[in-house]
Design a protein around this ligand. Structure first.
Ligand code: URA
Length: 435
C-alpha cells in the first residue's frame, strides 16, 4: 500500500476500507507515513468527509495505536461522560460524584482547558493538594472503592489522537465532523466502560456554533458508540451564555459544591440532573431518564452527592474541608464590579467573550502547557432575562491585579447585551440522540 494512493482515493471522494485506514494510522504513528502526507489526507477528509464505516474504522485504528484501560468487572456497569466543552462548564465536577452517589461507577478521564474553554483537571487542581495524576491501577482501584475517579489521560492511551490533533491544529483541519467524532470516541472506547453519555454543546461559546452542526456531530459519535456495542446517548445543550454563574477554576469548584448542596444556579442544576438521569438509565439504574433525574434530586437533597464529592477529594489527596468551607479555596486579591452601562433587560451574555476575559485574567491558557491561575475569573451577577438598572452590578471580576481586573471588566461589560425587552426563553437542552 502507498500513502499517495490512499490520499488520492480520498481526494477523489471514494471510501477507504478499514484495512487501508488502519494501515495509514499505523504508518503515521510508526513513522512510515510522514506528517506532510497525513496532513494532505486530513485535508482530503475535511473536504470529502467519511462514511460512518470509515469513521468507525478510523476510531478503532486510533484506539489500537496505544494501550486501553482495563476496568475489569466494573466495565459492565460503568458509565463514562464527555462534554464537548464550553464556558463555565463544570458539569463533570457535579455529575461524577452525583451519579456515583446513586451507585453507578463513573471512570472519568479529563483534559485541560485551552482558549476560551476551561478544563476539568485545571478546575480540580484549584483544590489544595488535589492530584489528577493517577496510575491506571490507582484509578481503577479508586472506582472500585468509592465509585468514581477523575484523572488526566495517560500518554499511552490513544497516542494517535495526540499526534493527529497536533497536525490538525496547524493545518486548519480541526473542525471536521469525522475527525472530531473519531478523536473523542477513540478516547471513550479506550476507557472501556459499556455506556457513554455525550454532552454536545452548541452556540456562541461552543465548538459547534449551530444546533444543526451539533446534531450532526452527536449523531456521528452515537453511531460510533453503537457500532462498538456501547450503550451511547448524546444530549445537545445550549452554550450561548456561560453555564451557571462562575467562570474560573476555584470559582467553579465553589459553584459545583453549592450545586451538590442543592443551592446551585438553576441552569446548571437542571442540566446536571438531565445528563445524570441519562447516565443512570444507561447504567441500568433507572427505567427512564426522568426517573434517573428524580433519583439524583433525592441524592442532592440527602447530602449523599456532596459526601461523595468529599470522598473523591480525599481519595485524590485534596483538602476535603473545602466542601464545608469553600473559603479555603484560592481567592484573588482584587475584586472589581462590572456596572451596567444602561437600564434594561439582559438580552444575552456572550459566552465566548466571557471565556476569553477569564482566560486573559489567567484562568485559562492560550497555548498548551501554560500554567493557569486557580483563583481568578468572572462571576455573573445578572443572568439573561433579568431586568437591570444603570450602574447595577452585572458581574464581579476576580483578578490578580487592579490593572488586569480593569481590562477584564471592560471585556465583560461588552459581553452583556442590554435591551429594552426580555429575549424569548430558550431551553438549555435542545435534543437527545440515542442509540
Ligand atoms: N475534542 C477532542 O478531543 N477532539 C477533537 O477533535 C475536538 C474536541
Amino acid at each position: 500500500m502507498r500513502a499517495y494512493d490512499l490520499i488520492q482515493k480520498k481526494r477523489d471522494g471514494a471510501a477507504l476500507s478499514a484495512g487501508e485506514i488502519a494501515w495509514l494510522v499505523d504508518g503515521f504513528v510508526g513513522g512510515l507515513v510522514p506528517d506532510y502526507q497525513m496532513a494532505a489526507f486530513l485535508m482530503a477528509v475535511y473536504f470529502r468527509g467519511m462514511t460512518p464505516e470509515e469513521t468507525a474504522a478510523l476510531t478503532w485504528a486510533m484506539v489500537r495505536s496505544g494501550e486501553t484501560l482495563d476496568l475489569g468487572p466494573l466495565a459492565r456497569d460503568a458509565v463514562d461522560k464527555h462534554s464537548s466543552g464550553g464556558v463555565g462548564d463544570k458539569t463533570s465536577l457535579v455529575l461524577v460524584p452525583l451519579v456515583a452517589s446513586a451507585g453507578v461507577p463513573v471512570p472519568k478521564l479529563s483534559g485541560r482547558g485551552l482558549g476560551h474553554t476551561g478544563g476539568t483537571l485545571d478546575k480540580l487542581e484549584a483544590i489544595p493538594g488535589f492530584s489528577t495524576a493517577l496510575s491506571e491501577a490507582a484509578f481503577v482501584e479508586q472506582i472500585g472503592r468509592i465509585g468514581c475517579a477523575i484523572a488526566g489521560q495517560s500518554a499511552a492511551l490513544v497516542p494517535a489522537d495526540a499526534r493527529l490533533y497536533a497536525l490538525r491544529d496547524v493545518t486548519a483541519t480541526v473542525d471536521s465532523v469525522p475527525l472530531i467524532a473519531s478523536s473523542i470516541m477513540s478516547k471513550k472506547l479506550a476507557v472501556g466502560s459499556s455506556a457513554i453519555l455525550l454532552d454536545v454543546k452548541c452556540g456562541r461559546g461552543a465548538f459547534m456554533k449551530t444546533e444543526a452542526d451539533a446534531r450532526i456531530l452527536a449523531e456521528a459519535m452515537v453511531a460510533i458508540g453503537r457500532a462498538a456495542g456501547r450503550r451511547t446517548a448524546a444530549v445537545i445543550s445550549a452554550m450561548d451564555h456561560p453555564l451557571g454563574r462562575a467562570v474560573g477554576n476555584a470559582l467553579e469548584v465553589a459553584e459545583a459544591i453549592a450545586t451538590l448542596r442543592g443551592e446551585g444556579p438553576q441552569d446548571l442544576e437542571g442540566l446536571c440532573l438531565a445528563l445524570g438521569g441519562w447516565m443512570l438509565m444507561l447504567g441500568g439504574r433507572s427505567a427512564s431518564p426522568e426517573e434517573g433525574s428524580e433519583e439524583l434530586l433525592r441524592r442532592l437533597r440527602s447530602g449523599d452527592a456532596l459526601r461523595k464529592f468529599e470522598a473523591l477529594i480525599r481519595a485524590q489527596g485534596g483538602d476535603p474541608r473545602v466542601v464545608e468551607d469553600p473559603e479555603r479555596l484560592p481567592s484573588a486579591p482584587c475584586r472589581l464590579p462590572v456596572p451596567a452601562p444602561a437600564s434594561g433587560v439582559v438580552a444575552g451574555i456572550d459566552a465566548e467573550a466571557i471565556g476569553l476575559a477569564a482566560m486573559q485574567l489567567g484562568a485559562g491558557r492560550a497555548r498548551k502547557g501554560e500554567a493557569v491561575d486557580p483563583a481568578v475569573g468572572v462571576v455573573i451577577k445578572r443572568s439573561a432575562g433579568v431586568v437591570v438598572k444603570a450602574r447595577e452590578h452585572l458581574a464581579t471580576i476576580h483578578a490578580r491585579s487592579e490593572e488586569a481586573g480593569l481590562a477584564a471588566a471592560r471585556q465583560v461589560a461588552a459581553a452583556f447585551a442590554i435591551a429594552e425587552s426580555a429575549p424569548a426563553e430558550v431551553p438549555v437542552i435542545r435534543g437527545v440522540i440515542r442509540w
